[in-house]
Ligand binder design. Structure first.
Ligand SMILES: [Zn+2]
Length: 402
């Protein structure tokens, strides 16, 4: 029996409108509307006619920090100084008074982004000697409260450094026991001043525990570029190709052209992915260069209304617009590369075995009133319908009752 039939869907790459048959939470078949599929028996199926609207695979936020958010809470004017170390210190000083990490704020944000068509997130959760793994537990509680709406995977994130904060290595491993699946890192040189120490610790644990690695690398210029080599060499040495990512990777935008291309080739050869958020004035990787050279690029919101800044709303179509705009691209096929960062690129980063608008994939879909993916990116329309695991979870920007 068909569980859900989505009629008259505009599917990228297919000329005719399609009917999408969803069974047991997965896409069972796609066929041109009115041609192949038998009419469902009356009363046996839910049928949704999307009247020619565009259907995209469920959006993925591959880098956010839902443990830090103040979403649904008080408006807190920004109070940090201008440097990375200032923001870290500001957060350390204020988070407890503001009730962070808050499972309620995290859950409110996750519900909000589910209405925007995001069906999976990878969120970096602070792990440090002050908090221990309380943040991991808080996000796990929030994730449990939105089960069936959005899938949540956690990175154990040493925001304040690894080596310079004794006990953090052990806490990162404890975070894996508490449910995290990826080890984070942060500027092994710029924050820790011990790049070999941080990276050797992360890779040893990841290899032994079967975890992935995703490192915030803000270090610029030759210092950042040098750490690309340290990461890619270890990725190959430990056999972790396809399981390692660099987030932000500001160095790519702050080195000469020939050096940038060398770094991109290092990533391609070692299977290390990149994640960009295209926030503020942070350099944004070239979607064209990375696609041409075969490097996976994924997108994330980074901070959403937190002590790091007031911006962000979790809208991954809007994030794709920022990436496209900051790349200066105008052609449909190039704008679609930006959207790919929040769909197929992110799915590759996360190692999802089955994803997309294909039979067998989980039925995670978002429907928008657009004619092409590029039009969706530039217009950022209200999401008409969000389907998670074959169930309609949101309509016209609002959650539907379970
Ligand atoms: Zn981040």
């Amino acid at each position: 029996m068909t569980d859900l039939l989505v009629r008259k869907a505009r599917v990228p790459g297919r000329a005719e409108l399609q009917d999408v048959v969803i069974r047991d939470g997965r896409i069972a078949a796609l066929a041109a509307t009115g041609t192949h599929l038998p009419e469902p028996a009356a009363g046996s199926d839910e049928v949704v006619d999307v009247e020619g609207r565009l259907v995209l695979p469920g959006l993925i936020d591959a880098h956010c920090h839902v443990d830090k958010t103040l979403w649904s809470g008080p408006w807190v004017p920004h109070s940090a100084g201008p440097r990375l170390v200032d923001r870290i210190a500001n957060e350390r000083g204020r988070r407890t008074d503001l009730g962070l990490p808050s499972p309620e704020y995290s859950a409110a944000l996750l519900r909000h982004i589910a209405t925007l068509g995001t069906t999976r997130v990878r969120t970096h959760t602070d792990v440090d000697p002050g908090l221990g793994v309380a943040g991991i537990e808080a996000v796990a509680k929030a994730a449990a409260s939105v089960e069936g709406l959005i899938d949540v995977e956690q990175v154990a994130f040493p925001q304040d450094g690894v080596i310079r904060r004794p006990g953090t290595v052990e806490l990162l491993e404890a975070a894996l026991d508490a449910g995290a699946t990826t080890l984070g890192g942060i500027d092994p040189a710029g924050v820790d001043d011990d790049p070999l120490g941080q990276l050797d610790a992360l890779f040893e644990i990841a290899a032994r525990r079967g975890a992935s690695i995703d490192i915030h690398l803000h270090d610029t210029g030759s210092l950042g570029a040098w750490q690309f080599g340290l990461v890619t060499q270890r990725t190959i040495a430990y056999g972790l190709q396809g399981k390692v990512a660099l987030s932000h990777a500001d160095a790519l935008g702050t080195v000469p052209d020939a050096e940038r291309l060398r770094l991109i080739d290092l990533l391609a050869e070692s299977g290390v992915a990149l994640v960009t958020a295209a926030v503020y004035d942070v350099p944004v990787p070239s979607v064209l260069e990375l696609a041409e050279r075969g490097v996976t690029l994924a997108a994330g919101s980074d901070g959403i209304r937190d002590l790091w800044g007031p911006y962000g709303n979790g809208d991954m179509i809007e994030r794709a617009m920022h990436i496209a705009y900051r790349n200066g691209v105008r052609r449909d096929e190039d704008i679609e590369l930006a959207l790919d960062c929040a769909t197929h690129g992110a799915a590759r980063l996360l190692g999802l075995e089955s994803y997309g608008l294909v039979p067998g994939a989980p039925a995670d879909l978002v429907v928008v009133p657009s004619r092409t993916p590029a039009e969706a990116v530039v217009s950022r329309p209200t999401r008409s319908l969000v389907i998670k695991n074959g169930r309609v979870v949101a309509r016209d920007g609002q959650l539907v009752a379970a």
